[in-house]
Design a protein around this ligand. Structure first.
Ligand code: PHE
Length: 357
């Protein structure tokens, strides 16, 4: 093996030993850089004869080419390895499970509201809502409450600063019943019939059926395991030329049996009193079996709309008659899911709420 072969061999060995591009470039300089070993060999040709120069020059050139080839090959290998490492580091495992967002769910009382709306909707009832800040007139007077009725007292009803159009303090509505009168006004006016508030005269034209439910938030000064200062009600009103108390029984019985998916559910209409209905009844239900069997559970107040209320709707009570009810969706939710403390619904504890998804 001559000196050039040895040189090429040693270049290959050193290149192979370089494990990073930086090392490789350093190794290269030892052989083909300005002060590299090949350059030195070239300088050493000065004393040779022209004939010797040619053969020696050709041999040195060959060696140089061999070294450059080895260098390029090693460069490529290092580049490939670097790319490979890079790709590996950035690799995506497409089989990993995705990052998930927690799926929200509806509040149990919202589920009940939707259920109520669906059932009454299927029976031809409109669904609407109304203001939670009410005037004294809509909350009490229009509903036939005498001026000093205890429901108006600060022990029962929340008041806020400011007076309504009637000049009396505004309240947080203690029930959804004000919407009976509001809805009748809006509905009757929409058809251009009914009450002219300025002349105070009744317009006695034909009126479309008023058939509506009003789910929403209500407020009372009350707080224990079965009462919350904010709670829900759902008002119902059906008014027409021939709507009777027996329609109330049919409608409400059908509703309860559908709501609880129990065709054997028993209802009881227990005589009661509300200023805005006459006669009035509390509605109790009883499950024929299961954990609540045998107990009467109160779910709503109801009655035939009082003639004074019909008058405040702008309608002639000699002609229009019907029923109203007000039920407690919170109570219905407790009964449906077996929850015994109303406050759980409003604490906002996800561990409780997520059970209803
Ligand atoms: N508004 C009554 C209450 O809050 C319920 C009710 C509504 C009773 C409609 C009769 C008719 O207790």
């Amino acid at each position: 093996m001559n000196d050039l072969d040895t040189l090429v061999e040693s270049a290959r060995t050193q290149f192979a030993a370089a494990s990073a591009p930086h090392d490789l470039e350093n190794a290269k300089a030892q052989f083909i850089g300005k002060s590299g070993r090949l350059t030195e060999l070239m300088k050493g040709m000065a004393q040779l004869s022209p004939e010797e120069k040619r053969t020696r020059g050709a041999a040195i050139n060959q060696a140089k080419q061999a070294i450059e080839a080895a260098l390029n090959e090693r460069r490529q290998t290092l580049q490939d390895a670097e790319l490979e490492a890079h790709l590996k580091a950035e690799a995506l495992d497409v089989t990993l499970p995705g990052r998930q967002r927690g799926r929200g769910g509806l509040h149990p009382v919202t589920l009940t509201m939707e259920r109520i709306e669906g059932i009454f909707g299927s029976m031809g009832f409109d669904v609407t809502d109304g203001p939670e800040i009410e005037t004294d007139w809509f909350s009490f007077t229009s509903l036939n409450n005498p001026p000093n009725h205890p429901a108006r007292s600060m022990q029962d009803t929340f008041y806020i600063d400011g007076n309504g159009a009637d000049g009396l303090p505004l309240n947080l509505r203690p029930h959804t019943s004000p919407m009976q009168v509001r809805y009748a006004h809006a509905h009757v006016r929409r058809y251009g019939k009914g009450f002219d508030p300025r002349s105070g005269r009744l317009y006695d034209g034909p009126m479309p059926d008023i058939r509506v439910i009003v789910p929403g938030r209500t407020y009372r000064v009350d707080s224990d395991a079965t009462h919350s200062p904010m709670f829900h009600q759902c008002e119902g009103l059906w008014l027409g030329e021939n709507v009777s108390f027996s329609d109330l029984k049919t409608i409400f019985t059908g509703f309860c049996r559908t709501f609880f998916e129990n065709g054997d559910l028993v209802l009881r209409f227990r005589p009661s009193f509300f200023p805005f209905t006459e006669p009035s009844a509390e509605i109790d239900i009883q499950f024929p079996s299961g954990p609540l069997a045998g107990r009467w559970l109160e779910v709503a107040g109801s009655g035939q709309v009082h003639p004074n209320v019909v008058r405040h709707m702008g309608l002639d009570p000699e002609r229009y008659i019907g029923f109203a009810f007000g039920m407690g969706p919170d109570r219905l939710t407790m009964l449906r899911y077996g929850v015994n403390d109303l406050r759980l619904f409003f604490d906002g504890d996800i561990r409780f709420l997520s059970q209803f998804e």
